[in-house]
Design a protein. Sequence first.
Length: 293
Amino acid sequence: MAEISIVDPHVHFWLPSARPWYPLMQEPDPARPSTLGDLRRMAHDYTAADYRVDSAGFDVTALVHVSATSRRGAHLRELDWLDGMARGEGRPAAAIGTIESDTDWARIESELDAQRCSPLFRGIRVLRGLDPSTATTAALLDHLEKHALIFDLVAHPHSMSRWAETLRAHENLTVVLEHAGWPISAADFDDWSWGMARLGELPNVHCKISGLGMTVHTLDATVQRPWVQRCLEVFGPRRAMFASNFPVDRMYGEFGRLYDGYFTAAEQYDPTDQEALFATNARRIYRSDESRP
């Protein structure tokens, strides 16, 4: 494959050495072990400079930061920090924020409005606690749709069907299913595949092919290939995009190994579709070409 530009639509920057914004990572609960293993392996500083080292040799033209804070209120301070980073280093080009789903709607709406003041802000993801059938979720989706904000959807195989049903009422909302539907383990493949098909029926739902290292615990292309191929079958090259999920997936291998696997998966498509998978789709959806702060 000829050299191709990359817009990476799923990256995390953090400074746990200076900012205690990530208790789930910095202070994991031994009574609730993660399927990723010891989360403290991720609890090291990771900035735009570190990402440049990891992605050296690849033409990464822009990236999208996705919030991973778990300390209450930290997501608002994180966005201010990112605005400063973008002014100083030119990255990130866009940011996906978050909300605290267990608070009242008035506070959620106020915090969404506060985040919209950032020139980086494009939408939200909610890492946990958002039920597709609640009144809060309905209000949230209405608000996102009204303000042309992106919903980066966290769903797992067991919840995909319910999310598909809820999202049918929001056909003008841009939805990006993150981490390839976030299967918990390789044993989920059949249920995951069925759920992906349900979400894929909705034309406004896109798929971020990322985070599979968290499922199969390797970035080896041979192991990831069935999952990647199923995403491409369901969503096609115009509704899918490749992403790194660094530094989380960095626990399982190198950036080059991950993207070499993506390049191999994309060889079945013509150059225009390849560009869509690696850059065009992410650039369009996350508006990464808009002016920096």
